[in-house]
Design a protein around this ligand. Sequence first.
Ligand SMILES: NC(=O)c1ccc[n+]([C@@H]2O[C@H](COP(=O)([O-])OP(=O)(O)OC[C@H]3O[C@@H](n4cnc5c(N)ncnc54)[C@H](O)[C@@H]3O)[C@@H](O)[C@H]2O)c1
Ligand SMILES: [Zn+2]
Ligand SMILES: [Zn+2]
Length: 443
Amino acid sequence: MRAAIPTGNITVPQRALARREYGTRRPVTPAVQHGRRTLPRRKSSGLPTLRFRAPFLRSLPPAVTHLAVRDVIPEGVENVKASVCAGIGQPFETQEVEIASPQGREVLVEVRASGLCHSDLHLAQNEFGLLSWPAVLGHEVAGVVSAVGPDVAEFQPGDHVVACLIQFCGRCSNCLTGRTYQCLIPDAGNRAGSEGPRIFGEAGPVFQGYGIGGFAEQALIHENQLVAVPKDLPFSAAALLGCAVVTGAGSVINAAKVRVGESVVVIGTGGVGLNAISAAHVSGATRIVAVDVDLEKLELARKFGATDVVHAQASDTVEQVLAITNGGADHVFEVIGLALTQAQSYDMARVGGAAYLLGVGKPGTTLELDSSVKVLHRQKSLQGVNMGMTNPKTDIPIYAELYRQGRLNLDDLVSQEIGLGDINDAYRDLAKGGIVRSVITSF
Ligand SMILES: NC(=O)c1ccc[n+]([C@@H]2O[C@H](COP(=O)([O-])OP(=O)(O)OC[C@H]3O[C@@H](n4cnc5c(N)ncnc54)[C@H](O)[C@@H]3O)[C@@H](O)[C@H]2O)c1
Ligand SMILES: [Zn+2]
Ligand SMILES: [Zn+2]
C-alpha cells in the first residue's frame, strides 16, 4: 500500500515514490538568489533524496492546484542530513530533510560543530509541553554562514557564528531595558504558519528545537539568535559558547555577580557546572567547591579552578561543604535538576547567602522547604536561572575573548568529537561518567 503524507489540505505520495514518479527539483541556491557569494557545498549525503518540481504540482487533481507551490514545499529548499527525534522516548535517527532558503532576517548556517547538552536528552525523554514532534534538536551550534535572507544586516556568507537558544524580539520592554533573556515575545523570530516550515521531513513539517535545530548539516536561524565569533576559534569549543558556557558562566557573573573573595559551590560539574567553576575563578572567588558523583569530573573540576572537591555519594555531603566554607557559601549553584541536590544547595548557602537552580528537573520535581521560621531567620534567597541571564550579542564575544586569552577553559569541555549518527551512543556515554561534552563535528 502506498503510504501518504498529509501536507496542509492535500496528501502527497510517499517521498521515495514521488521522486521516482515525478522527478527531482533542482534546488535554488539561496545565496545566488540574493546575489551573494556561496560557499562550496558539501557532497550529497548519499541518503535517499526527494525534491519536487512544478510538473508534480500540475499533475495534481484540480481540487488541490489552487494551492501555491509554497503551501506544499517551501521554495528554494535544499536536502540536508539531520538527526530527527520522532517523539518522547524515541531515538535520534539520521534522515534526509529539506531546509528552506533564508527569507527576511533568516541566516543559513553550515553547521561545523554541534554539542550534546543534557537538556536535549531531557526534552527527548520527558513531556515538558515545549516541543512538537518530530523535531530536530541540538542548540549548541557553531558554523559558517552560507546564505542570508534579504533583510539580514549583521551577517554575510563566510562569517563564523555561534547560535544561542535565547529567542528575543528586540522591541518589548524587557528587550529594550537590556533583558533579552526575559523577552516577552520570544517567538517573534519564528516563521508564521503561512510562511511554511523551515524544516520539512519525511512526513511533513519538522519542529525546529529552540529555533535552531542544530543536529543537522545546515540550520536556518533568525539573526537575533546568532553571534559572530573570531575565525580562529575552533568550532567544537565555540559551539559550547551558545549554551553550556553562557548558562554556567552567566549564572555566576550575571545572576550571582560573584565578587573577589567570595565562596562558591557548584553541585554537578558537567558541561554547564564546569563553566560556573571557570567563571567563579575568573571572578576571583577564593573558595570554589565542586560537588559531583563522578570522580573523574571532580578531578577535571580542579583544572577549571575548583579549590576543593566533595564526592556527592558521601552521606555527609552538606556537612563537608559547610566545613570547607566555614558555615556556608555565599553562592551555591545546583546544576543537575534533582530535588535532593536542590534542597542541598539551599542548605549549603550561608545565612544571607543564595542558592541558584540551573538544573532541569523531571516534570513534577518539587522542592520542599521548612518555611516556618528557618527561611525567614536565615534570610537566604533561592533563584531559578535560565540561560545565565545572558544577553547573547554582548556576552558571547566576552567569553570568546576570555577563551582566546587562555582565561576560560573550553578545550577540556570537549571530551569526544562524534558523527551525526552517534547521538544515541554519546548520550548513553554521559551516564557512564567521564564525558563532559560530546560534540558532533562530522555530518
Ligand atoms: N538553566 C538553564 O538555562 C540550563 C541550560 C542548560 C542546561 N541546563 C540543565 O543543567 C543540567 C546540567 O546540564 P549539563 O549539560 O551540564 O549535564 P551533564 O550531564 O554534563 O552534567 C550533570 C552532572 O551532574 C552530575 N550528577 C548527576 N547526579 C548527581 C548527584 N546525585 N549528585 C551530584 N552530581 C550528580 C553528573 O555526574 C554530571 O557531572 C541539566 O539538567 C540541563 O538540562 C539548564
Ligand atoms: Zn543546553
Ligand atoms: Zn523582546
